[in-house]
Design a protein around this ligand. Structure first.
Ligand SMILES: O=C(O)CCC(=O)C(=O)O
Ligand SMILES: [Fe+2]
Length: 242
């Protein structure tokens, strides 16, 4: 009777998330309710006090601090809840995708006036996409883990992509944005954006320039997001922290 009760079930049950295709080239999919509230709280709890200034890889491949990314980041250590989220992200993509293709999950926290300038998640520097790195980042999930009530700004903007038409999109897409600014997702807790970073060019997979995106400045409130990056191949164990 005095046995400690697990906070969450270890069975890894998945929420009934819903998906909508936003674009087919590049493939962009919007996912509602990708995380449960219990998972969101768990991620915040296990990373509390571990955030430090976000790094960016420069053209030489070196990781450094830059004004283009003013948020704070942390890696999430694997546990049963985290592994369950990873398995969800894997099976979303393919039933045959091996967990070794996924990078350690990263949380990124923005407070007022913080942002992440335009970038691609795939690396332009081949040294960061070598076979031991599992090649390049084939896909990205950006998950809104926690958006404070009343937060303004903090959308995720794809300047080269077109916003889908229709009133029904306006909860998830910023319908007030200028057409020429491209596609901007509103930050909504628990929801996620999935996209493919690479495209087949004559039989070779290359980074897709159209996946350029930014984390727009949070103008008030705060936002915590999570990156789930999948590599083309198996990531060496030294990069998976195991
Ligand atoms: O904050 C966002 O909306 C996007 C963040 C992002 O693109 C990243 O962390 O790679
Ligand atoms: Fe990104």
């Amino acid at each position: 009777a005095d046995r400690q009760q697990p906070i969450l079930n270890d069975e890894c049950s998945h929420p009934a998330y819903t998906v909508h295709i936003v674009a087919t080239s590049p493939l962009v999919i919007y996912i509602s309710d990708f995380l449960t509230n219990a998972e969101r709280e768990h991620l915040l709890e296990v990373t509390k006090g571990t955030f430090s200034n976000s790094a960016v890889a420069d053209s030489s491949g070196a990781q450094g601090l830059q004004q283009t990314r003013t948020s704070k980041s942390t890696s999430v250590a694997p546990d049963s809840v985290v592994d369950c989220i990873v398995s969800r992200a894997l099976s979303f993509q393919s039933p045959s995708l091996h967990p070794s293709h996924v990078e350690p999950l990263q949380l990124v926290a923005y407070s007022q006036n913080q942002s992440y300038h335009f970038h691609t998640d795939w690396f332009t520097n081949p040294s960061l996409a070598s076979p031991s790195h599992g090649g390049n980042r084939i896909s990205s999930f950006f998950v809104y883990v926690d958006v404070a009530p009343g937060t303004t700004g903090g959308g995720t903007n794809f300047p080269v992509l077109n916003a889908p038409h229709g009133e029904e999109w306006c909860k998830t897409v910023d319908c007030d944005a200028q057409w020429e600014d491209g596609l901007t997702f509103r930050p909504v807790s628990g929801n996620a954006i999935f996209w493919m970073n690479m495209v087949d060019e004559g039989g070779e997979m290359v980074g897709d320039e159209r996946t350029l995106h930014a984390g727009l400045p949070v103008t008030s409130g705060s936002k915590v997001g999570m990156n789930i990056w999948t590599r083309e191949g198996s990531l060496g164990s030294e990069y998976r922290g195991v």
